[in-house]
Design a protein around this ligand. Structure first.
Ligand code: 5RP
Length: 222
């Protein structure tokens, strides 16, 4: 089975999981990326009567069918569900995100959600976050080099994501060769470097449920 089909199956499972729990006051947070796009397809092809959705990127918002209200986070009290993909996950449901550069808004929405459902396929599983997939860090432009020097001192190899600007108008540094032994601690440590807006470790607010599609099954970690 190709990877896209697995991503789609995971997204369908997430939709089926939350659908019975939705009502007219429900608000769904929507992540960013190709797996989330399959979830948006499910949403668009159904006729849910909900209050609306809050999106973690302009790209995702642009895909939502106009029968749904796309709300700002400031307009709502909280998100009933936040559905998003990940670049890597471990058995503790900690994640690395930010391959699509939307990590800051994604983390804000994850924090604001009652339930964070992460949709992935089996290729995203790892025993050690950051060993293979680079860790994305959103930085204020003038701090890019200074932050990169600090990341090198911490043992990583930062590479500027050239030509990319986040929806917040900031730049991204991807840190390679950066195995993350204690995600919770490193998440806080990196965010303490002046000029860092946010980093892609989701450990303090990790996923509540991981839905992982394999070739012949859907595994749910909750
Ligand atoms: C975007 C993200 C995505 O969730 C992550 O990159 C996974 O993407 P995909 O579903 O395309 O594999 O964090 O910032």
């Amino acid at each position: 089975m190709n990877q896209d089909l697995k991503k789609k199956n995971s997204a369908i499972e997430a939709f089926n999981l939350i659908n019975p729990k939705l009502n007219k006051d429900s608000v769904i947070g929507i992540g960013t990326g190709s797996t989330t796009n399959f979830f948006i397809e499910e949403l668009n092809s159904s006729n849910l009567h909900i209050k609306g959705v809050v999106c973690s990127s302009k790209a995702s918002a642009s895909l939502i069918r106009n029968t749904y209200d796309v709300l700002s986070l400031n307009e709502v009290h909280s998100l009933d569900f936040y559905v998003d993909g990940a670049d890597e996950y471990n058995d503790r449901k900690e994640l690395i995100k930010g391959g699509g550069g939307a990590l800051t808004r994604e983390k804000i929405l994850a924090y604001s959600s009652e339930s964070f459902i992460c949709i992935v396929d089996e290729t995203k599983h790892t025993d050690l976050l950051g060993r293979e997939f680079p860790l994305a860090i959103e930085v204020i432009e003038i701090a890019r080099s200074a932050v990169s020097r600090e990341l090198m001192k911490m043992g990583g190899k930062p590479i500027f994501r050239n030509g990319f600007t986040s929806d917040n108008g900031n730049q991204i540094v991807d840190v390679h060769n950066f195995p993350i032994e204690i995600p919770y601690e490193l998440e806080a440590e990196i965010n303490n470097i002046p000029g860092v807006v946010e980093n892609g470790i989701f450990a303090k607010r990790k996923a509540d449920v991981i839905i992982c599609a394999t070739d012949n099954s859907i595994n749910i970690l909750d």
